[in-house]
Design a binder for this molecule. Structure first.
Ligand code: 3Y8
Ligand code: NAP
Length: 248
């Protein structure tokens, strides 16, 4: 009987977990343990790192895992690279479930940058009111531009960052257009900084920016080495049944 390890932490991973439960698959969803109360899942979960590539390869071997599905976030580049190397070491089949990147629509005003350092530079020197919709882990990069006002949004309450002018909102997505419009208006936001995460869970802020005519500094996805990859849950289920990646 096949045994699936699902690297989770995204809306798509939760949807796949539900589909696997409905099929009675033997599967476990893995969280890194980044948040205090991760969403409950339809399949058993495990929480915490594996200890690098070797740790993940050992986990795959010891656990008798036959299929590894990487449904982590497009910016979770380290775990995704580890999954490729560990699956190879352990001789386990690997497939990534990744949502397509967002693309600018008519009316969008995006300034594309390669990383958070590029985002800091794109904000310029003149003080401006920024919605920094990046979560908590990369906030430190903006300490070199303390002149701006930063609206921050974290999943969990945390120590206030070393940004002298900031307002912290604690909220987890998915977010709504009405909620994003109200937030941007309340804090008189002039520019949004976002990762090109893709998916529906965080895109409302982009639709709100377009409606308000606000620019978006859009951080492109980091490099992830080549691996078999699909965009839909149905394709993962088909791969489990037929062992090949198909359009479905
Ligand atoms: C721990 C699991 C689900 C999955 C929900 C999606 C949607 C809501 C939108 C904004 C952007 C951001 C952030 C975001 C979104 C979904 C999805 C998504 C962005 C949870 C979750 C975990 C995390 C980790 C957390 C990061 C942070 C990033 C907040 C759960 C809720 C900004 C990414 O405090 C920290 O250390 C948080 C760290 C990685 C990025 C960062 O650098 O701070 N996600 N988010 C997962 C684990 O432990 O393995 O708690 O339930 C998952 C979700 N977050 O099933 O409902 O699918 O993308 N998550 C970004 O996209 O820019 C918020 O505010 O507009
Ligand atoms: P990352 O930088 O790619 O990974 C750093 C380390 O965290 C990994 O080497 C691994 O530790 C551990 N790890 C990451 N994801 C894991 C998982 N699903 N299960 C077990 N261990 C995991 O990861 P990240 O960007 O911090 O993302 C962490 C989690 O948050 C992932 O589940 C991701 O899907 C979710 N998430 C991230 C973002 C984002 O913007 N980065 C957005 C939404 C959700 P070891 O080396 O010890 O194994």
């Amino acid at each position: 009987m096949r045994h699936i390890l699902l690297l989770g932490g995204t809306t798509e991973a939760s949807m796949l977990a539900t589909a696997l439960a409905e099929r009675g698959e033997r599967a476990v969803l893995s969280y890194a343990g980044r948040t205090e109360a991760p969403r409950a899942q339809a399949i058993p979960t495990r929480i915490g790192g594996f200890g690098g590539v070797q740790g993940l390869a050992d986990h795959l071997r010891r656990g008798g895992v036959t299929h590894l599905v990487d449904a982590t976030h497009p910016f979770a580049a380290r775990i995704s690279a580890n999954a490729i190397a560990a699956a190879d070491l352990a001789g386990v089949k690997l497939l990534a479930l990744t949502r397509p990147a967002w693309e600018a629509c008519p009316g969008d005003h995006w300034i594309r940058v390669a990383d958070t350092k590029g985002a800091v530079a794109a904000l310029g020197m003149d003080p401006i009111r920024v919605f920094l919709a990046l979560g908590r882990q990369t906030i430190g990069d903006f300490a070199e531009a303390p002149q701006h006002f930063y609206l921050l949004r974290f999943v969990d309450a945390a120590m206030p960052p070393a940004l002298p002018r900031h307002h912290l909102v604690v909220d987890r997505g998915p977010f709504s257009l009405a909620g994003e419009l109200a937030l941007l208006r309340e804090h008189r936001i002039e520019v949004i900084v976002a990762k090109n995460a893709g998916g529906a869970g965080a895109r409302a802020k982009l639709d709100a920016a377009r409606e308000l005519g606000l620019p978006v500094v859009m951080i492109d996805r980091p490099f992830i080495p080549d691996r078999p990859q699909v965009g839909r849950v149905a394709q993962v289920l088909d791969w489990l049944d037929h062992g090949v990646v198909r359009g479905v």
